[in-house]
Design a protein around this ligand. Structure first.
Ligand code: MRU
Length: 344
């Protein structure tokens, strides 16, 4: 089944908090339930959030019978459920764009977002595999971070979509998946998907990524993105920057895969991207069991920003570009920090 779908005037999702132990399907039939599911990462991953945004507007037009004021206030609740992945606002705005055309038109637009996701991801996969050939790589081992597979999208995946394409082409040797602290999207979700599709893989702790790259255990890094600034700086799951720095030092290509909807032309550079800070207890405990002394204050940014200069290429459904080469010098970011620091 799709990670997120629309059935009988409600949103149906695979609950990402229950995996890998339980494939639990949730039906979300109120805006509060949707906003809550986004906030606790039952739905997560930028393209899946785009679908959730569009479907959330569809749900609100159904619930409020097209009452535009109520739909718009529901839309702003959904848009604000998480700040960093631009796809969420993109999905909301796309469905709102046809609000004047009535309930059926909004639902149809949201469903179009879902069906385009699969096509988009297959295109990203093919372009990514071609790029890897152009880089002179044929049989490859890839290192990836977080979860960018079908679970982060509607179907197939972005960075993991490239991995799947390589596997289809008989060119994939092995994948190294990082654990992805604190919520373990790599350990819980990526390894689950890799096992489902029969890809040989190993799981490493996040802090072993530099070791893996400098010891040439991977020929390339492929990751997703939550927001790509106009100059090519990339916000993605916390830990991406450290991997990019290690890849640059080891001379390993660092590839970002994302749909065009993740590119935010209104954000000139990575320093302007709003980074989500999450609760301390995600760092100081795991599923209710303390892993640090009571009262330990934590810093818990969910994302970091990798500057364009560290990125070999960004692959979308319609192009491959090399931001380090094309970004005007004046817009290249030296800052890797987002705003909203809790210690500011
Ligand atoms: O906090 P999450 O799990 O929503 O973060 C997800 C990521 O950072 C992904 O790498 C990104 O959204 C791309 S998913 C194709």
């Amino acid at each position: 089944m799709r990670t997120i779908d629309w059935t009988e005037n409600a949103i149906q999702i695979i609950d990402q908090t229950a995996l890998p132990n339980d494939v639990r399907v949730l039906t979300l039939d109120t805006i509060d339930a949707l906003v809550d599911a986004i906030g606790r990462l039952a739905i997560r991953g930028a393209p899946a959030l785009g679908a959730a945004g569009a479907l959330g507007v569809a749900l609100s037009v159904v619930l409020f019978d097209g009452d535009q004021d109520r739909v718009r206030s529901a839309a702003s609740l959904i848009r604000d459920a998480r700040p960093t992945a631009v796809n969420l606002a993109w999905g909301v705005d796309r469905a709102l764009g046809v609000l004047d055309n009535g309930v059926a038109a909004v639902v149809a637009e949201a469903l179009a977002v879902l069906s385009e996701d699969a096509l988009t991801n297959r295109r990203i996969g093919r372009r990514g595999a071609e790029l890897i050939t152009e880089l002179g790589l044929h049989q490859v081992s890839a290192l990836t971070h977080c979860n960018t597979g079908a679970l982060a999208c509607v179907e197939w995946g972005t960075a993991l979509g490239i991995v799947r394409q390589l596997q289809e082409d008989g060119r994939l040797r092995h994948v190294i998946a990082t654990e992805t602290r604190p919520l373990l999207q790599g350990a819980r979700l990526t390894t689950w998907e890799l096992a489902e599709i029969g890809v040989e893989h190993h799981l490493i702790v996040d802090s072993a990524a530099a070791w893996a790259l400098t010891n040439h255990l991977a020929d390339l890094v492929v990751v997703g993105a939550d927001r790509i600034a106009a100059n090519g700086d990339v916000a993605n799951k916390i830990g991406t920057l450290a991997i990019a720095l290690a890849a640059a030092d080891a001379g390993v290509p660092f590839i970002v895969a994302a749909p065009e909807s993740t590119i935010d032309q209104n954000t000139p550079q990575g320093g302007s991207i709003v980074i989500e800070y999450r609760n301390d207890d995600e760092v100081t405990s795991w599923r209710g069991i303390s892993t640090a002394p009571a009262g330990t204050p934590a810093l818990n940014p969910a994302f970091d920003v990798t500057p364009a200069r560290l990125i070999t290429a960004i692959v979308t459904e319609s192009r491959v570009f090399r931001p380090a080469e094309t970004a005007p010098a004046g817009t290249r970011s030296r800052s890797v920090e987002g705003r909203q620091s809790p210690t500011a």
